[in-house]
Write a protein that binds this ligand. Structure first.
Ligand code: HEC
Ligand code: HEC
Length: 273
């Protein structure tokens, strides 16, 4: 009798699991760049009454992409949120066709992922040639142990930043990050040294020049300290490279991964499903 009861429990438990699995909604549209682009357009049409354009912060709802931590990460959890809304909040159930919900989900996930996690079309081999040749990136950047040090090492750049940030790094002027402030000094003896300020305080400056020499300078020995507002990083690669060259360079950069810094665990800290 006891054995039978256990069996029954097993069978029931099995049945319940099966139903749950059968109900779990499945992505029906794939995750190609084309689908992400369609999702992007749908998002900007459908969601921006509350959320911001392109997934940024809106007047009535939080940003869905960016550097903050998100509660809903997996495809399933995002789908549920859009399909059913978030009870007790201003996030409504959206009555749009399921295929369109999936496209928006793919867009949101693509915007959040590191560049290496999304499909970036382009010829990687040709991108390598642009990096070492026409782009002259090696003059300032290290890649797998070769190159200059005045800019950051790019060997792991695909895992470190999103595709959006990667594009902006190559095309849009932004704030100069700490350690990369371009600086020109003239010493009391009249010698001019140019480079970036790796470190500085009220008394001293550590200046790295284009030949990779680090100068430790005492401010009292300097006649002039001139800090430029413009980064040494050229931000016009979408213009100096042809569209194909630029795209191939992006594809190549997105592939540069030596280790995953923030390995995301699917469903980690997740609300909903
Ligand atoms: C009527 C306003 C409104 C509209 C329209 C709207 N949202 Fe929201 N959404 C919100 C609000 C408000 C929240 C924050 C809810 C909370 O407090 O948790 C939210 C939260 C979310 C979240 C959860 C964020 C997280 O951190 O996990 C997702 C995902 C989301 N919305 C997606 C969408 C998508 C996709 C669309 C369009 C198809 C959309 N929303 C349309 C108001 C809206
Ligand atoms: C004259 C020197 C120089 C050249 C040439 C140069 N960079 Fe940079 N790059 C820098 C410096 C300095 C920084 C850091 C300061 C900044 O981001 O403004 C930087 C930042 C970057 C970043 C952002 C890194 C991050 O962690 O956010 C990327 C990506 C990048 N460069 C890629 C390239 C590529 C690709 C090329 C060639 C097509 C290139 N750079 C050419 C100097 C240079």
């Amino acid at each position: 009798m006891e054995i039978r009861l256990q069996h029954l429990v097993f069978v029931l438990a099995g049945a319940v699991t099966c139903t749950v699995l059968a109900q779990a909604p499945k992505n029906t549209v794939g995750a190609s760049p084309q689908v992400a682009a369609e999702g992007h357009a749908l998002f900007n049409q459908t969601c921006t009454a509350c959320h911001g354009m392109d997934g940024g912060e809106g007047e009535r709802a939080p940003a869905l992409v960016g550097d903050r931590r998100f509660f809903r990460l997996s495809e399933g959890a995002l789908y549920d949120t859009i399909k059913h809304g978030i009870p007790g909040t201003a996030m409504p159930a959206m009555s749009i066709p399921d295929d369109n919900i999936w496209k928006v989900v793919v867009f949101i996930r693509a915007m959040r992922s590191s560049a290496s996690e999304v499909e970036v079309p382009g010829n990687v081999q040709h991108g390598n040639e642009i990096f070492a040749g026409k782009g002259a990136c090696l003059k300032c950047h290290m890649l797998n142990g070769k190159g200059g040090t005045i800019g950051p090492d790019l060997s792991n750049i695909g895992a470190q930043i999103t595709l959006k940030r990667l594009k902006e790094s190559l095309t849009v002027d932004g704030a100069i990050p700490a350690g990369y402030q371009p600086i020109k000094v003239v010493t009391q003896k009249g010698e001019t040294i140019e480079g970036v300020a790796r470190n500085r305080d009220g008394f001293s400056i550590q200046l790295l020049d284009a030949e990779n020499h680090l100068h430790l300078l005492d401010r009292s020995e300097l006649k002039l300290v001139d800090e430029s507002k413009v980064s040494l990083m050229p931000r016009n690669y979408d213009k100096v490279l042809s569209p194909d060259e630029y795209q191939d360079l992006l594809a190549m950069l997105a592939k540069q991964v030596t280790r995953n810094l923030h390995k995301k665990i699917e469903g980690d800290g997740e609300a909903g499903r």
